[in-house]
Design a protein around this ligand. Structure first.
Ligand code: R5P
Length: 310
């Protein structure tokens, strides 16, 4: 087995390598002077089962190109099989046509990855489950929920917990977490009654006196979480935590979270945490290295990965 890391999340790739006790393959993934991606795999991969560890996170286009060009290098070097390990799959949010003349970027990117020569994909908490079907190659979509649930059980008092979906679209994901930690479920229902009027947040479920746990796949600007936290507290919640798989955290998101009434935001390292994230007083990062590493190991030995979903 050979593990090849792109530049998107070197610390995660190193943690996976440590878990598997397999060193990262020697490779150069750097830039020409004009910023084109230059790749050179510096060891023999002929006939090898290869795994490229690369999130297509910010800067998304650069990291996607690195993934494609590493794939091309491995294919031309006669790797036996190429698995793209994409802990965070970017371009996932345009996964259908909600309006005329809009793209389905998630499908386009899935096509590009497969056409580059990737044989299979290993990813985590796709924005929408159906994106798995956008890949016409075997694709395992792991869930962070077991990792998040373990952390919740270790850190939050049991009796009073309530899982909250920050919008109606996330109910299935939040319900699955609620089941795992044996907690009830509430939903934030955002509505704009009339065009031009500001959005009203209705809480479905009684959150009074509860330790609420907002659960979502992505935190980007942080707006969804901060507004949901305010609405929950206004409805009598005791405190609000958030457990989110992918900490995209663009622009002023970290400052927004730090200045919010969220007690703590817990994210995974599917996207490499920035310095700002590391020093934020109410953001904690937990690792999915073991989960991804175990899935890679099982893929290499052709064993089942289904128990990782439990
Ligand atoms: C939306 O469908 C996603 O699940 C997240 O709720 C959304 O991407 C969060 O975005 P933001 O943090 O910018 O509000």
């Amino acid at each position: 087995m050979k593990l090849v890391a792109g530049n998107s999340n070197r610390p995660l790739a190193e943690a996976i390598s440590t878990y598997l006790n397999v060193p990262l393959a020697k490779a150069q993934v750097r830039r020409f002077a004009d910023m084109e991606v230059f790749v050179e795999i510096q060891e023999n991969v002929r006939g090898e089962d290869t795994f490229i560890i690369q999130s297509t996170s910010y800067p998304t286009n650069d990291h996607l190109m690195e993934l494609l060009i590493i794939t091309d290098a491995l294919r031309r070097a006669s790797a036996r099989r190429i698995t793209a390990v994409i802990p965070y799959f970017g371009y996932a949010r345009q996964d259908r046509k909600p309006a005329a003349r809009t793209p389905i970027s998630a499908k386009l990117v899935a096509n590009i990855i497969a056409h580059a020569g990737v044989d299979r994909v290993l990813t985590l908490d796709l924005h929408a489950g159906q994106i798995q079907g956008f890949f016409d190659i075997p694709t395992d979509n792991l869930f962070a929920a077991p990792t998040l649930a373990r952390d919740i059980k270790d850190h939050l008092d049991g009796g009073n917990r309530m899982v909250v979906s920050p919008d109606v679209g996330g109910v299935v994901r939040a319900r699955a977490l609620a089941k795992r930690i044996d907690a009830p479920l509430a939903i934030v229902d955002k509505r704009r009654e009339r065009p031009g009027e500001s959005e009203v947040m209705n809480i479905i479920g009684d959150v009074s006196g509860r330790s609420c746990i907002l659960m979502d796949d992505i935190v980007d600007s942080g707006g969804t979480l901060v507004n949901a936290a305010d609405a929950l507290l206004a409805n009598g919640a005791k405190e609000v935590y958030a457990y989110i798989t992918h900490g995209v955290l663009s622009g002023g998101a970290v400052a927004r979270i730090a200045g919010s009434r969220l007690k703590e935001l817990v994210i995974t390292d599917s996207i490499m945490p920035t310095e700002a994230v590391k020093v934020a007083h109410n953001i904690r990062v937990i690792s999915i290295a073991q989960l991804m590493g175990e899935a890679i190991g099982r893929t290499a030995t052709e064993s089942s990965v289904s128990s990782l979903f439990d």
